[in-house]
Write a protein that binds this ligand. Structure first.
Ligand code: IVH
Length: 685
């Protein structure tokens, strides 16, 4: 199906043609390796890399005289030069190299591997089967139970120091349940739903999307600013240590149990089996279940369960002999593109979508796939009538892989033309500098207004029940609503003219609209749809400024001064309120009686320790960032303020706390440290 993975039979090659192919393969693999490891931006999918790598191994085996010392097969990890700090992160040397696993692509090859292993071991081994988590490898060093360093694999010998970033990942314990000194390894990954939300947000903001959750996880972890990592909600599973002796168990399954006791996140789906039929059954089971897991897996890892035997079998230079990875075949389908449609989002971003003949793919019927932006479309060179491969990024988001050029209809020699005018309002589209997106910048564009209204009413914003896209479309079509404030002037007789609207539903909607006037102002700030300002940032802004007018009048400097709000967002807010139209809208909303005050947290969980407490944060935090802690507290109903007074219920003091701590002590305010906060917050999970 993929032209790149059809190779000439090896027996047809001469020494010269083999030499040329080895050189081409090495160049390609090195380039792809760099893209994968250093740039988090691979231009080919994993299986293309894997198949080419396997081909190189096969060629080198058939022509041993052609093996070059700098071949990708001769390195610890293929294709990665030691420029581990290309992003400015510190380098870390792994005293025990982080090996990767040998892999097989069929159950037959797995039986072969078992034969060799059984022979080497002298008897059939019990295996611990694990899911192969599709993320990036991490090494965590603990000293006396405290996390002291986290690093990526890099080229296997030298990785990058990502300690500060890893400290923002809640699942990774800062303290173990026992005071052990140990280095453990595992996978950092991004859950499928987190990935889907992140990409949707990036699309809307005109930023390039991540190809899959693994790249998103890598890009999120390899950040100089840990705040960005914190916002990306990464997850982790730990599965390996080279220091089994520290744990006092004789089996890999026992290692995983010990990891669980120590407080590590461990994947629950491992299984100890005693014969290959059970391996096959496990593979079949998870081939089925794969699409329904909340995280991506790309195969199954088979490990000799007996650690003494693991030790005896040992490693080759590159890979262990005691373990192998079975890789799932890529889930791909072929289909034909029938149309490319363009839709206008709330912020004016115009997005192309491929409309295709419906095909069944990883459990669902797919007929549409986003082509994200003109650059992406042009790079893939998708044209109407093309046959394309289709897969699911992160097992959920349908994505066009590549065009099968052999099947392109004859005479089709022009790339798909990128539209120049907005499909909704007809105004000229623009390419904003520094963005991949194409935008309609007409503020009166009906498509943008519709999306803006849907957003205004949505659950995280004004939460107006019953005002979804279907109703909004009709309100606009019937010209009952031309702008946001018109919502508050709607009448029952107008609603009764809408499709499927009876008296009761008209009353319900009018009530919901009326009730939304009383929302605490963070909902309104979210609802206004300021670029980059989501529900979380809105809450931080509302808690700080207390009233919408204060935010409206604030300078970019004052806004950027707030913990958790960056300069880009501050500039976007000021620019937003600078607009005359926005000024008018705010006045109209005030005249309709909308509440502009910050009332309190919108948390509904009233049972927790932090609910309704006035809390102040001070000092240096080690395990949380300030905005992270503030958000968490506000999510749990606390009011976080900046100065200590007699009304303060609790001071959370990090290290080097100064005057606030002194004042709290003078006033008799309860003070807890970061660890006590962690214990209390864990109890509320
Ligand atoms: S064991 C020395 N177990 O797959 C062997 N690896 O292709 C240590 N991976 O580098 C690895 N899930 O990043 C192991 N359950 C699992 C895994 C797993 C994912 C990754 C890991 C490794 C790569 C090998």
């Amino acid at each position: 199906m993929n032209p790149e993975i059809h190779f000439q039979p090896i027996e047809d090659l001469t020494l010269t043609t083999a030499q040329q192919e080895i050189k081409d393969l090495s160049d390609k693999l090195l380039k792809w390796g760099r893209e994968y490891y250093e740039e988090d931006n691979p231009s080919v999918e994993d299986y293309v890399y894997d198949a080419n790598y396997a081909r190189l191994v096969a060629l080198e085996k058939a022509f041993p005289s052609l093996v070059m010392p700098d071949s990708p097969t001769q390195r610890v990890a293929a294709g990665n030069s030691v420029q581990a700090d290309s992003k400015g992160l510190k380098k870390v040397v792994h005293p025990v190299p982080m090996l990767s696993l040998g892999d097989v692509f069929s159950v037959e090859e797995l039986y072969e591997w078992d034969k060799v292993t059984t022979k080497n071991a002298g008897a059939q081994q019990a295996y611990n089967l694990e899911l192969k988590i599709d993320g990036l490898a991490i090494s965590l060093r603990y000293e006396n139970g405290r996390l002291i360093q986290a690093s990526t694999r890099g080229d296997g010998t030298i990785g990058e120091d990502v300690t500060a970033n890893v400290r923002t990942i809640k699942e990774i314990p800062q303290h173990l349940n026992e005071d052990l000194t140990i280095e453990v390894r595992g996978e950092i990954y991004m859950k499928k739903d987190v990935f889907a939300q992140l990409n949707a947000k990036r699309d809307e903001a005109g930023k390039p999307v991540f190809a899959n959750p693994r790249n998103a996880a890598a890009g999120s972890l390899r950040q100089l600013d840990p705040k960005i990592t914190a916002e990306r909600h990464l997850s982790s599973f730990i599965y390996y240590t080279a220091q089994n002796d520290v744990l006092g168990t004789g089996t890999q399954s026992g290692v995983l149990d010990r990891f669980r006791q120590l407080g590590f996140p461990v994947n629950p789906d491992n299984r100890v089996i005693s014969n290959m039929d059970q391996v096959k059954a496990y593979i079949d089971e998870y081939t089925e279940k794969r699409a329904f897991l909340p995280y991506g897996i790309d195969g199954v890892v088979v490990k000799v369960n007996d650690l003494a035997m693991e030790n005896e079998l040992g490693n080759t230079v590159k890979i262990p002999r005691w373990s192998i990875a079975y890789k799932f075949p890529p889930e791909e389908a072929l289909t034909v593109v029938r149309d490319i449609t363009w839709t206008v989002g709330r912020t004016g971003v115009v997005t192309p979508t491929a409309v295709m003949d419906p095909v069944l793919l990883a459990g669902t019927t797919v007929k549409r796939a986003s082509l994200h932006n003109p650059d992406y479309l042009q790079e893939k060179d998708v044209r109407i009538g093309d046959t394309v491969t289709l897969h699911k990024a992160g097992d959920i988001i349908p994505e066009v892989g590549q065009v099968i050029l052999d099947k392109r209809p004859e005479g089709d020699d022009q790339p798909y033309p990128i539209p120049q005018y907005c499909p909704s309002c007809g105004s000229k589209l623009v390419h904003v500098e520094g963005e991949v997106a194409l935008r309609c910048i007409n503020p009166e564009c009906p498509a943008q207004i519709k999306e803006g209204l849907v957003h205004f009413a949505s659950r995280n914003a004004m939460n107006i029940d019953g005002l979804g896209p279907r109703v909004v479309t009709q309100l606009i079509d019937k010209k009952f609503v031309k702008k946001i404030s018109d919502l508050y002037a709607l009448r029952a007789d107008q609603l009764l003219q809408l499709d499927k609207f009876a008296e009761l539903s008209a009353d319900n909607l009018l009530n919901a609209i009326e009730n939304s006037k009383n929302n605490s102002v963070e909902r309104l700030i979210t609802a206004l749809g300021i670029r980059g300002v989501g529900a979380k940032a809105a809450r931080v802004l509302a808690a700080h400024f207390k009233n919408l007018r204060n935010l409206q009048n604030a300078s970019a400097e004052q806004i950027a001064d707030i913990d958790g709000i960056g300069q880009v967002m501050a500039d976007a807010i000021v620019q937003f309120f600078d607009s005359e139209k926005v000024g008018q809208l705010i006045n109209e909303l005030e005249n309709f009686g909308l509440n502009f005050d910050y009332i309190s947290s919108s948390s509904s969980d009233t049972s927790g320790y932090f609910y309704n407490k006035r809390i102040v944060l001070t000092g240096k935090l080690n395990h949380w960032t300030r905005p992270q802690m503030q958000n968490w507290l506000e999510d749990h109903g606390a009011n976080v303020s900046s100065s200590v007074s007699s009304k303060t219920d609790l001071l959370i003091a990090g290290t080097d706390a100064g005057s606030k701590l002194k004042k709290a002590r003078q006033l008799g305010v309860r003070v807890i440290n970061e660890q006590e906060f962690i214990d209390l917050s864990d109890a509320e999970k």
